[in-house]
Design a protein around this ligand. Structure first.
Ligand code: AMP
Ligand code: MG
Length: 540
């Protein structure tokens, strides 16, 4: 596995810290909270911690960085990725960004608890930026402490890697460390602060630049800085577009629109709800970024959001994610307008989002159903009715599609009652409330199954092939909210086994895994209203 990994000492990593080399730095170097004008970043050191301890690391991310297993299990690895030591070549800094939070312009935000360590160039000449989350205050920490707790760090670590293995663009996570220091948090902002274990995650991505990094300069009227960051981003992360010109800015924006649409289609496919789609949490590379109060759909419900901080408006609910992504791209368009000074081409580029989303969503649904291609003439209605059925009774989305893959389509249609009963029984593991399975519901589902079977027959796809196709896009295992919480409960007691077990499980989300069936089960009743399982807040 590790035959290619050659780095056994972190001081041997090759860094090329282009972001700080090419972009303007904050001239102030004291680490106090302030407005940072005319600069893309501020130099700041991680705060040392008392007694760091490794909880987990991702072997795939270690491989990206060419690190040996021995190195990842060494004390020096723990020291460096908890913020106690900078390896040779690391230069630490926090970036300046702004953003719209819950639809309102919030001014300067910035890396309030993220500290970048620099950009590694690996043996494949790929650029990977490293960033500690929770390593202490920065000039952008505003009134907060710059720290992170174990609970949210376990969630970020596991979900980053789970998303990667699901084939979804995302920032990665190299490591999860306990700091050995307590952090005070009022989990639901209701006057119940308590001490929780502090933790640091090392995130890894080609770039952590957000929509908000561009927005802040425009908001301040600093078009020169805006241009510097845009040109830098195009040259570094979008080199195929060519040297920046007004036409290239448009191409770039269109590509951001396309990538963002593709990312959202993936989210909808697996039932991922980000929870805080503020513009400061939108990656310019179209990566899923900032895992906070995210959640996974259990029963299919477009109105569901895991984030209690958003319970009123449900702005960031599952079914609203495409509209919000589009709105956020509109804010990015406003931010880069000074580079282009023409509305029309920006509007056309925004249409790329709509067109990509619609086309890819249809292809994605066809894939979930195992069809050769989406045929609007029949499949619009087929999908609409299915999504109604999934809501008529509380149905676990993940389980439903895996069961649908297994039905036998070599039967006569319309289905006779007894066959229908058999098929519906298949879905029993997906239903949350058995009393909801009324005769009316059964009749309607039966009708849909008959239509679906006809549609599959029309395609001429054998069941075995259809099943393979479906199981390649409909995961068996996702990071169910209650599973993450169980792993957190244990980790808080010093037992990291379940964190590592889930990390391992989620490396193969589409495979049947013997002896792991329990992790594919629907949410147990106890988890329905438990904090962390169905309710989360921004507190982390
Ligand atoms: P979020 O909603 O988590 O994406 O965070 C919004 C802003 O608040 C970002 O600028 C974060 O860096 C900052 N932030 C969140 N939590 C903390 C914290 N504990 N300490 C400092 N800054 C924070
Ligand atoms: Mg954020």
């Amino acid at each position: 596995m590790n035959s290619q990994a050659k780095i056994s000492n972190l001081d041997d990593l090759i860094f090329d810290n282009r972001f700080i080399r090419e972009l303007p730095a904050d001239t102030e170097t004291i680490n106090n909270r302030r407005q940072v004008i005319g600069a893309c970043y501020s130099r700041v050191l991680p705060t040392p911690v008392a007694n760091p301890q490794r909880v987990a690391y991702s072997r795939e991310v270690a491989e990206l960085l060419d690190l040996t297993t021995d190195l990842c299990e060494s004390d020096d690895f723990t020291q460096v990725f908890s913020g106690n030591r900078l390896a040779v070549g690391m230069e630490s800094y926090a970036t300046c960004y702004g953003g719209h939070q819950f639809g309102n312009w919030a001014g300067q935000l910035g890396d309030g608890r993220a500290i970048n360590l620099g950009e590694v160039i690996n043996q494949k000449s790929e650029r990977w930026a490293l960033q500690l989350k929770g390593a202490g205050p920065t000039p952008y920490s505003r009134t907060a402490d710059g720290l992170a707790v174990l609970r949210s760090s376990v969630r970020e670590f596991l979900c980053s890697e789970a998303m990667y293995h699901l084939g979804i663009p995302t920032t990665r996570a190299l490591s999860l460390m306990l700091t050995g220091e307590p952090v005070i948090r009022d989990m639901f902002y209701n006057g119940n602060p308590k001490a929780e274990p502090g933790a640091v995650v090392c995130r890894v991505a080609p770039s952590f630049t957000r929509f908000g990094n561009f927005q802040i300069s425009t908001a301040r009227g600093d078009h020169a800085l805006l241009k510097k960051l845009a040109d830098y981003t195009i040259r570094t992360d979008f080199p195929h577009l060519g040297e920046p010109t007004p036409a290239v800015y448009i191409d770039w924006f269109a590509e951001v629109c396309r990538r963002t649409a593709q990312m959202i289609v993936h989210w909808q496919r697996v039932g991922f709800v980000h929870g805080v789609m503020n513009t400061d949490n939108m990656s310019i590379l179209g990566l899923t970024i900032d895992y906070g109060p995210y959640g996974w759909l259990e029963n299919y419900d477009p109105d569901w959001t895991p984030n209690t901080t958003d319970a009123g408006d449900r702005r960031y609910r599952y079914g609203n994610q495409p509209q919000i992504a589009f709105w956020n791209l509109g804010q990015l368009a406003n931010a880069i307008y000074p580079l282009i000074e023409e509305v029309e081409p920006l509007q056309q580029a925004l249409n790329v989002f709509k067109n990509t989303f619609e086309r890819d969503w249809q292809t994605m649904m066809a894939g979930k159903l195992g069809l050769n291609a989406f045929d609007p003439a029949t499949d619009k209605e087929l999908c609409t009715e299915l999504l109604v059925l999934l809501q008529l009774v509380e149905t676990d989305m993940t389980i439903f599609y895996r069961q649908l893959a297994m039905i036998d389509t070599n039967v006569e249609t319309p289905l006779i009652l007894s066959l229908c009963e058999d098929m519906i029984n298949r879905f029993s593991t997906a239903y949350y409330v058995s009393e909801q399975i009324t005769p009316d519901y059964k009749t309607r589902l039966c009708l849909w199954l008959s239509r679906y079977i006809d549609r599959v027959k029309n395609d001429g796809t054998p069941d075995e092939i259809r099943q393979q196709r479906m199981n390649a896009v409909n995961p068996k295992y996702v990071l169910r909210n209650y599973l993450a919480q169980l792993a957190i409960d244990k980790a808080e007691q010093g037992d990291f086994s379940m964190v590592n077990e889930l990390l391992e499980l989620l490396r193969h989300p589409y495979d049947e895994q013997p002896n792991k069936e329990e992790f594919a089960a629907k949410r147990p009743d106890w988890a329905r209203q438990r904090a962390g399982c169905s309710m989360l807040s921004c507190s982390s």
